[in-house]
Design a protein around this ligand. Sequence first.
Ligand code: ADP
Ligand code: MG
Ligand code: MG
Length: 251
Amino acid sequence: SPLLEVRGLTASVKETGQQILAGVDLTIREGEIHAIMGKNGSGKSTLTKVLVGHPHYEVTGGTILFKGEDLIDMEPEERSLAGLFMSFQAPIEIPGVSNFDFLLMAVNARREKSGLPALGPIEFYSVVSPKVDALKMDPKFLDRNVNEGFSGGERKRNEILQLSVIGADLALLDEIDSGLDVDALEDVAIAVNGLLTPQNSVLMITHYQRLLDLIKPSYVHIMENGKIIKTGDSSIATQINEGGFKSIALV
Ligand code: ADP
Ligand code: MG
Ligand code: MG
């Protein structure tokens, strides 16, 4: 079965009942890179949040299978332990928890699930340190509290550090390119590409061709009004880049 299979997914804002997702179909197989593009407000971020079980949204119809298992009944933490990773468009701060401790806890939770012994701090430092270097981050950054007082670019790098340390079968990357300068974007893209194996998949949301030049998608989807209305190869992204969304023939 595919890694992720979404069928007829509808979802609403829990508090108001306002429908945002209006029947999303999406299939992601192992080793594939998917990109979702679409105008602001089309529901891209909501789709990724619903996939990870964000509490603000309620699934009102359809199915989500991850590795053949029904995701909808799983808690966000269980989804994460099952191999789903999300970088938030606006990552949250976790007061009082250092980056190092956060990463160590996340890694040990996964090791425990796989029946592996927990790593101690010294052992773990030797795992995490080369990854910090690869992302050209200051090692002091590991002692800082998660996301507290980080610049936009630091937050994005930190999300990718989390992904590269924790690992994921499917990484959902929501606008990792926003707020990154060209050099930072390149570092992030190298890190993401370094994580890709024939088993790992990525779903990335972006407005920009430049990210798709660095992380080459197998499929590009266009989202509008809570649905995926077109799917094609990376030439769609080039077309949008040159002529805007209006240049895409939608049937
Ligand atoms: P995109 O990521 O494509 O820009 P979003 O998924 O963030 O779009 O939002 C889609 C639409 O749903 C927007 O009109 C947005 O205002 C609305 N929306 C999303 N989440 C909420 C929420 N928690 N409460 C109210 N409206 C929301
Ligand atoms: Mg938006
Ligand atoms: Mg968004």
